[in-house]
Design a protein around this ligand. Sequence first.
Ligand SMILES: *Cc1c(COP(=O)(O)O)cnc(C)c1O
Length: 425
Amino acid sequence: MQNSESVKLFEKAKQFFPGGVNSPVRAFRSVGGTPVFIDKGKGSHVWDADGNEYIDYCASWGPLILGHANDKVLSSVEKTMRNGTSFGAPTRLENELAELILTFNSYIEKIRFVSSGTEAVMSAIRLARGYTGRTKILKFEGCYHGHSDSLLVKAGSGLVTFGNTSSAGVPESVVNDTIVVSLNNKEAVEEAFKQFPDEIACIIIEPIPANNGLLLQDKAYLQFLRDICTKNKTLLIFDEVISGFRVCFCGAAGYYSIKPDIITYGKIIGGGFPVGAYGASKEIMSSISPEGNVYQAGTLSGNPVAMAAGIAQLTECLKPNFYSDLEYKTQVLIKGLTKNTKHNFKIFTVGSIFWLAFTDKEHIKSAEDIDADSMKHFKVLYHALLENGVYSGPSGYEVGFMSEAHTMEDIEKTIVAFDKAFAKL
Ligand SMILES: *Cc1c(COP(=O)(O)O)cnc(C)c1O
């Protein structure tokens, strides 16, 4: 496969950016080789700088549920931007996107738009602390919540740990208030409440953990978290930056019928533009400035062009059968990939999210259940897939996304590409 242009661009990028990229996983370190520089996308396909064409399952890491350069999103964006791209003043488009979301999502009553998932989560944590007057937060190993300081922590040894930063530059004093426990572990959560009664402001979880493999939790576990939070006057935050508008319009909250206290959104909500949001009941949201004393602001928050893209995309998501069609296509793909294979892998899936793991296990529900050694198979598979015209996130810990734009022909081609790639293992 020709990739001299990507190689050239990457060499140049390395002069400008640390590791040649503006977000680490793009550097291909976990699969090796040179990142594919993308020139353009349309529908389910992308084209790289060397002219190679791929069927894309990365979808910009989830936002592009309609595929690339969707005509309705583009025309809405174009129309809006001709009237100016930013005012730093309220616009009617913010109302429109908020109304669209709040009308069809009974899990939140008020919302605030920000510019990324990281910002949404960071603000939600501050809100939880401000509202409860407590300091500690509890998160799960294997869930990603963006790169704000208090969430860059990793589990240590022991049931309940805190204070292990996962990045240089994060002071221990900041993460000393972040408790880390394993997913799918009730005992650890109970123990944390025993050790820190009346101190935990919130539990934050990806209700569909999809940033470190796809670590699907039982509904009973999420319900357990709901109940223990209620009992301890701790807020439950669902970080739905991936799952929101992905598994259904009401996200994982709707999928499992469990009402968290705060929900964060990102990715799909912005139609491919930088948008995040957090929402909660009117009462909780009244703590946010200028109504309350929890400060949060943004120069480009509620940006009109981004709002226009979000409105166009979410309007499509509300069409009848939108989510069932996506799920059906995902099932067809998975059936095709898992039939007649002699290889030892499983595909875990919910809605239009899927994750391939080389494992014998029936379920993988926590980060410790993932066999790090098996990633060597993924490396081989990944490059063979690229050569056969299939692009996905360059790490075995990343999930794939089906979009509305994927056709049955794409899916058949993907199955053939996988068959060829598996032959290389
Ligand atoms: C992507 C993601 C984030 C971070 O969002 P950014 O827009 O990359 O800052 C936070 N939480 C979850 C669950 C995510 O998937």
